[in-house]
Write a protein that binds this ligand. Structure first.
Ligand code: PAD
Ligand code: ZN
Length: 375
């Protein structure tokens, strides 16, 4: 029996309050309105950004359905939807692509102005929610909300992908992999033979390493305070691993010494203001480029010595790896299917959706790279 046009009751992991575990409850998901798509989620990864939202470090309105790294199948579409149809395999996009705003129209930009990341409303574009729990609305998250069996997104936040793509793997293309890989290839545009430093060797940092390697970097230095991350980092292309806790001087000084003047490209893939400054100071003072990928706490500010930039360094940020989401995601999925890169090393754990709290504990304890939850 078709569910199109009807409210769907389904299981979701809801964050009722900040800093509290997820509650697995039954919610109601309204049908998609005009230009919206209702998606049955098949697999969703756990990203540190979700945990930043749980901890309150990243501001989001509660109660909320988090999750933004997923793959699923279109269940039904609202009026006027032309790009996808029921049955299509899709990846929800936390950076939409409307193809009309100034960012979408600019060849160098990817952060569509219709994103819900900066001034988080947690609502659909008409200012309402499609989720209800106990008669009250729940907030959406990052235009996606994937910790639920069914979600509703704007059609600009869904990319149709190859029907044969395995959802339990390509869900990572919805965030972690694409973010890190693109930070190196698109945002920094790492050149062959260059030297890179990647601060933070989690799912996104390791994807950055993969991007640096794909770009032909000859030296990739991995920086992490968790030594357990080093073996996999080396497997993926890191040439030297260093732990800031092993030195009695700032890590930027260590990197500048190791590279006789600083790296060509550095990436902060942790989300801390101190390591953002350290990464900036680690790159060559004339021509080095440092890319901020980690999400710093919403309330944080950075103070830094102007000389760090005055000498010529470039400091950039990168959201979703600089990719224009709707057009890049299907291509990245095709590249994965053509074995141009692998996602297996990033997926250390697979758990049933109900074990979401366990999945977050694995991340917090530094045990997992990516946990994929299956429905
Ligand atoms: P993760 O927690 O798996 O990895 C972070 C890594 O940093 C871990 O291996 C930690 O051990 C390490 N680390 C922590 N503190 C330090 C320190 N002081 N010095 C060195 N290493 C340290 O997270 P992730 O890979 O899922 O995400 C990384 C960041 O990227 C996080 O802030 C997340 O919110 C952000 C992100 N940004 C985007 C984007 O579009 N820019 C997308 C997805 C995630
Ligand atoms: Zn993410």
């Amino acid at each position: 029996m078709s569910t199109a046009g009807k409210v769907i009751k389904c299981k979701a992991a809801v964050c009722l309050e900040v800093k509290k575990p997820f509650s697995i409850v039954e919610i109601e998901v309204a049908p998609p309105k005009a230009h919206e798509v209702r998606i049955k989620i098949l697999a969703t990864g756990i990203c540190r950004s979700d945990d930043h939202a749980v901890s309150g470090s990243l501001y989001v309105p509660f109660p909320v359905v988090l999750g933004h790294e997923a793959a699923g199948v279109v269940e039904s579409v609202g009026e006027g939807v032309t790009k996808v149809k029921p049955g299509d395999k899709v990846i929800p996009l936390f950076v939409p692509q409307c193809d009309e705003c100034s960012a979408c129209l600019h060849p160098k930009a990817n952060l569509c102005t219709n994103n819900d990341l900066a001034n988080t409303s947690g609502l659909m574009s008409d200012g309402t929610s499609r989720f209800t729990y106990n008669g009250k609305p729940l907030h959406h998250f990052a235009s996606t909300s994937t910790f639920t069996e069914y979600t509703v997104v704007h059609e600009n936040s869904a990319a149709k992908i190859d029907d044969a793509a395995p959802p339990e793997k390509v869900c990572l293309i919805g965030c972690g992999f694409s973010t890190g890989y693109g930070a190196a290839l698109k945002t920094a545009q790492v050149e062959p033979g260059s030297t890179c430093a990647v601060f933070g060797l989690g799912g996104v940092g390791l994807s950055t390493v993969m991007g640096c390697k794909a770009a032909g970097a000859s030296r990739i230095i991995g920086v992490d305070i968790n030594k357990d991350k080093f073996a996999k980092a080396k497997e993926l292309g890191v040439t030297d691993c260093i732990n800031p806790q092993d030195f009695d001087k700032p890590i930027q000084d260590v990197l500048v010494e190791m590279t006789k003047g600083g790296v060509d490209y550095s990436f902060e893939v942790i989300g801390r203001t101190e390591t953002m400054i350290a990464a900036l100071a680690s790159c060559q003072m004339n021509y080095g480029t440092s890319v901020m990928v980690g999400v710093a706490p919403s309330a944080s500010q950075i103070t830094f010595h102007p000389m760090l930039l005055f000498t010529g360094r470039t400091w950039k940020g990168s959201v979703f790896g600089g990719w224009k989401s709707k057009e890049a995601v299907p291509k990245l999925v095709s590249d994965f299917m053509a074995k141009k890169f692998t996602l297996d090393p990033l997926i250390t754990h697979t758990l049933p959706f109900d074990k979401i709290n366990e999945g977050f504990e694995l991340l917090r304890k530094g045990i997992s790279i990516r946990t994929v939850l299956l429905f």
